[in-house]
Ligand binder design. Structure first.
Ligand SMILES: [Zn+2]
Length: 102
């Protein structure tokens, strides 16, 4: 299997990742074009956490956290970039094709 760069992987992953629609970390409800739920980054009673599935970005209006599909597991789980990419690749079935020994 040929190696692909992290840049390519990120693009592929972002494209194929159905983002947090599955509610892996947060229970989300659909609000028009957005998905809304309680922020995974802090305690709150009123949902201020928003996901734009089309743009594959998230934004919390409570704590100002925001980012993309890769930054999300980094923020929530404390993954490094590489760990986050691997986790997303596993979840979405994107072949990694990266030599893990390097
Ligand atoms: Zn928040």
């Amino acid at each position: 299997m040929s190696k692909i760069s992290y840049h390519d992987l990120k693009r592929q992953t972002l494209k194929r990742f159905r983002f947090f629609g599955s509610g892996r970390y947060v229970h989300l409800t659909k609000q028009g074009h957005y998905l809304q739920g309680l922020s995974p980054f802090h305690l709150e009673k009123t949902p201020s956490f928003n996901i734009a599935p089309e743009k594959q970005i998230y934004k919390c209006y409570g704590c100002r956290a925001g980012g993309n599909a890769i930054q999300y597991p980094m923020g929530v789980e404390g993954y490094t970039f590489v760990e986050a990419v691997k986790e997303l690749a596993k979840e979405t079935g994107v072949p990694l094709g990266i030599d893990e020994n390097t």
